[in-house]
Design a protein around this ligand. Structure first.
Ligand code: PBG
Length: 319
């Protein structure tokens, strides 16, 4: 036996030398939830270590994350009041707009990505306007465009549409361009599945649909060819970056998207992925830190350039 793969596994130094995949802090995007009030830092029951934060606390969290080395955030808003159309989403003094302005004012050199969707802002919890008991695609596009413009005007560096409406990237692109914001990139949640792994997020963002579900617009988890078609459309419509969501249950989709498209590719390790690791870790059934690192390394190995993860600060402190 003169060929022995174990030779390269003998010591930590040699394993490190031949390691193919490494996480960098610059790969991580840290999701934050902003809520009304002052001095609010309310932990989400199903997501230990994740909080609803009022604007003042959000700024503190952003500052602390920056201290850990985090370079970019994505902001989700929980408005004071919800309505049928989700009008707080594009209000000049909407919760997200206030949050973005405060971070941009008080925290230097941190990228702010605005999640662009209506589900946190509508009283029915769907990602668009309701007509005949269904989410009406084209009337929703105008609202997404308005929302993107107001987010960019508040200081968002990147707009990330997550509603899975047909034509959302093109609509947002032309709204931004018409408003003189042609330099703002779009990170499209191009491939977003109708996943049960979003459960804890809907508690965090108070965005569970009040009737029906999202299978009429989010993708069937069984499909990968359709995922390529979704991504291709977004590329044609002008997306600057693509995202696959969730991440770990869809590693094959990440790999396929990486091979097919040249745009920077993000993957979202969603709330349910996070909560599973936290819960099993708390029970002592797994080693939380190692499973966290292994999951994120796997997502990167599959082809993700960027990872949205609630573990961002923990990882940043480790590496
Ligand atoms: C909604 C949105 C969702 C997530 C990000 N943006 C939830 C949904 O579609 O129900 C999920 C994130 C997570 O689960 O961590 N626009």
């Amino acid at each position: 036996m003169h060929i022995r793969p174990r030779r390269l596994r003998r010591t930590a130094a040699i394993r490190s030398m031949v390691r193919e995949t490494r996480l960098n802090v610059a790969d991580l995007i840290y999701p934050l939830f902003v809520c009304p009030g002052e001095g609010v830092r309310r932990e989400i029951g199903s997501m230990p270590g994740v909080f609803n934060l009022s604007v003042d606390q959000l700024v503190k969290e952003a500052e602390a994350a920056k201290g850990d080395g985090i370079t970019s955030l994505i902001i989700f808003g929980l408005p004071e009041t919800k309505d049928n159309e989700g009008s707080d989403a594009w209000a000049e003094d909407g919760i997200t707009q206030r949050a973005i302005r405060a971070i941009k004012r008080d925290v230097k050199d941190i990228l702010v990505i605005a999640d662009n969707c209506l589900c946190e802002y509508t009283d029915h919890g769907h990602c668009g306007v309701i007509e005949n008991n269904d989410v009406a695609n084209d009337p929703t596009l105008k609202l997404l465009g308005k929302t993107a413009v107001s987010q960019a005007k508040a200081g968002a560096d990147i707009i990330a549409p997550s509603g899975m409406m047909d034509g959302m990237v093109a609509a947002i692109r032309s709204s931004l361009d018409d408003a003189g914001l042609s330099e703002i990139p779009i990170l499209s949640y191009a491939i977003k599945y109708a996943s049960s792994f979003y459960g804890p997020f809907r508690e965090a963002a108070d965005s569970a649909p009040q009737f029906g579900d999202r299978r009429g617009y989010q993708m069937d988890p069984a499909n990968v060819r359709e995922a390529m078609r979704e991504a291709e459309l977004d590329v044609i419509e002008g997306a600057d970056m693509l995202m696959v969501k969730p991440a770990l249950p869809f590693l094959d989709v990440i790999r396929a998207a990486k091979e097919e498209f040249d745009l920077p590719l993000a993957a979202y390790q969603v709330s349910g992925e996070y909560s599973q690791i936290k819960a099993a870790g708390r029970l002592g059934w797994i080693d939380e830190e190692r499973v966290m690192m292994e999951s994120l390394t796997s997502i990167k190995r599959a082809g993700a350039d960027l990872i949205l993860t609630y573990f961002a600060r923990d990882v940043a402190r480790l590496i």
